[in-house]
Design a protein around this ligand. Structure first.
Ligand SMILES: [Zn+2]
Length: 294
């Protein structure tokens, strides 16, 4: 719908099933614009961003990050999204120009450009102990089913996942969003099955984030069950790069590396892959930074 992007966390039937629901229309549009992505490439990126921002909302520490990497054998190349537990997410796709063979409108099918062979990897860094990472083979490159498989194999969680990016005739983003429903350890299987059935019905009714509000979708998803909203979090595309941070990285280069980079030019360009922002630095700025650090 309109307005700001958000993630709703809820539970159904006295916490037997956990639900994340996110409207990520704006952040997917922003990612598309920043990377100059084709409709279908933006759809893949949007799906991975949506999954990452929902899953990261559960991280225990504010400095923690969760990254999802999808690396298939299709034209899209690698797709990476990184998010924190405050609804901030950023990401990129190696080949934003990748397009499908047929004009794709409405709910984008992404397997065609992701490929069906490859991996989905989830990396969690809580800023404390060892980072955690786990990967599975792709199922079909649609991301939803790949993530269901990941949750089942790597985290032993029975889950239903829907990630949807709707495209109009001009291949612009009409809406993007996602749902993850997860059976909790003490949950009765029937309750999770009821949510799964509702999710199927939701698809049959063609309910989506373009036509329906998050609340309508949540009500349909929990039809026949009690539900409780635990929290609502705003979500946005936000990169954590900034000039001084990159200067810090370049400032760590050796004199030889710096001289080589500036061969035949007065300034160098540094690109942040995640948000496609270019930064320019002169040799003088780098030297001044380096000497200020000693
Ligand atoms: Zn950036």
């Amino acid at each position: 719908m309109n307005g700001k992007d958000y993630i709703v966390k809820a539970v159904a039937e006295e916490a037997q099933v956990r639900i994340w629901l996110a409207d990520t229309t704006n952040l997917t549009r922003e990612a598309k614009g920043r990377h100059g992505a084709s409709g279908l490439s933006a759809a893949v990126l949007g799906k991975v961003l949506t999954a990452a921002v929902m899953m990261a909302s559960d991280l225990k520490t504010p400095e923690g990050i969760l990254t999802i990497k999808v690396d298939g054998n299709g034209a899209a190349g690698m797709v990476v999204a990184t998010a924190d537990n405050q609804g901030r997410v950023r990401g990129f796709i190696t080949n934003p120009a990748a397009e499908g063979g047929r004009a794709e409108t409405e709910a984008a099918r992404t397997g065609e450009i992701v490929g069906t062979a490859g991996i989905l990897e989830v990396y969690k860094d809580l800023g404390l102990k060892q980072p955690f990472s786990s990967r599975v083979e792709l199922v079909n490159g649609e991301i939803d089913e790949d993530l269901i498989y990941y949750l089942k194999v790597s985290e032993q969680i029975e889950a239903s996942v829907t990630l949807e990016v709707l495209l109009d005739r001009d291949m612009e983003i009409m809406a993007a969003g996602g749902i993850i429903a997860q059976s909790l350890p003490r949950g009765r299987p029937e309750v999770f099955q009821a949510v799964e059935k509702n999710l199927t019905r939701l698809r049959e009714l063609k309910m989506n984030f373009y036509k329906n509000s998050g609340h309508e979708i949540l009500e349909e998803l929990t039809r026949g069950l009690d539900f409780e909203i635990l929290s609502v979090l705003e979500a946005e595309f936000k990169c954590d790069c900034y000039r001084e941070r990159l200067l810090g990285i370049i400032g760590g280069m050796s004199r030889e590396e710096i001289n080589y980079s500036f061969k035949d030019k007065d300034e160098i360009e540094v690109l942040c892959n995640f948000c496609n922002t270019k930064y320019y630095f002169t040799k003088g700025q780098i030297k001044a930074y380096s000497s200020s650090q000693h």
